[in-house]
Design a binder for this molecule. Sequence first.
Ligand code: LLP
Length: 447
Amino acid sequence: MTLAELLPSLGCEASDRLERAGWPPGTRLGADGELIFAGAAVSGLAARFGTPAYFLDEADVRRRAAAYRRALPEAEVAFAGKAMCVRSVLRWVAEEGLSLDTCSAGEIAVARSVGFPAERILLHGNVKTPEDLKAALGYGVGRIVLDSLDEIEQLGALAREGQRVLLRVTPDIDAGTHAKISTGAEGQKFGFSLRPDAADNVDRAVAAVLAQPSLVLTGLHCHLGSQVSRVDKYELAARRMVQVLAGIREKHGVTLTQLDLGGGHAVAYRPGDPEFDLAGYARRLRVALGYECSSRAFPMPRLTIEPGRAIVGQAGITVYRVGAVKRGSRTFVAVDGGMSDNPRPALYGAKYTARLVGRYSRAPHQEMVVVGRHCESGDVLADGIRLPGDIKAGDLLAVPCTGAYHHSLASNYNVVGRPPVVGVRDGVARLLVRRETEDDLLARDLG
Ligand code: LLP
């Protein structure tokens, strides 16, 4: 007999308290194993909206947006729409005074549909289609961030007079994140190289933009990657970018006034994951920019930053229903969603936790694997996590920290409809994006 069997309460403690990481701060445990999310009981939400479903804490999104504004009042904070491009979310962040980073005609269409101020929108992308560029010009998007010599020519030909543009630079900084979401080092597809021996380097790009009468070069942009927890990497990027701005003034005689340092600020998905130090980031950027600018007699540029995950990641949870439990050499808990609503474990080896909700269990916890419904053995949502040993079909599981790059990365693999997105505030839930139906799925297939 194991110690946990002798003393069942030993394995139970994880049910009795809510681990802090991942959940929005207002999340708490109610009676009988209930989870209270943004003031609403999760089992009630699941009964009303079905499973799987994404739930988003509106107040938490607003609070995080406001925290960025407070930490860096002198900067423009642009929400990276790719993290969660939903109309209501764009309205919330617009109301909190944020700008918006977009990267396609589709994202611009969503922004346009809610009247997101065009002046506060940036368009990104390593290759923008003519439709993307036309959508940006048609809505009067404030700034377009250019990423290749081809694009400079293409936009130069399409734009009316006075289109403001930034150049994306590869700062050659390895931010120490997963290779698939690392974008600041040489040898990946984004940005103009700083290396003089690179054929398409920053100097050629500056000269090419200055030769386009319809474009106005206002600044530089860089983005180190995503899920970056090292504040010193951003400090290094800030220093390096001011050096580049000063070099451009010297060589080309233009003083650029904007510096966009991108996003990528890490969030904790699980207890023990590193948290991004926003206050430290703000402090160190200010000092680094101040020092580099004054020592080069360069006017302080207007700073833009582009957090996506840090605004919505921890504000979201996904709720699944357990369909089957298979006990063998490992215990598999199979749920009604999977890699179609969360491909991040398969793509980046991302690690998640999950918690039984809506029922109190005294059973000792055991190690289990939460798997999805798709036809691949890599369809794993949370590996090696501890759940009550009596978990069974019909139970509900909640996964924290699913607000960013879940709805926006979801697919119809196995012709499974994508889950709804439900906003919750002060206990009141509202459907923001409805569940995809079979009619939706058949509508595009013309037979
Ligand atoms: N700015 C630019 C130019 C970007 O490309 C990105 C993200 C961001 C800002 C926002 O990064 P964030 O603060 O959200 O980390 N699908 C991946 C993440 C890809 C990020 C792409 N670009 C994931 O699920 O981890």
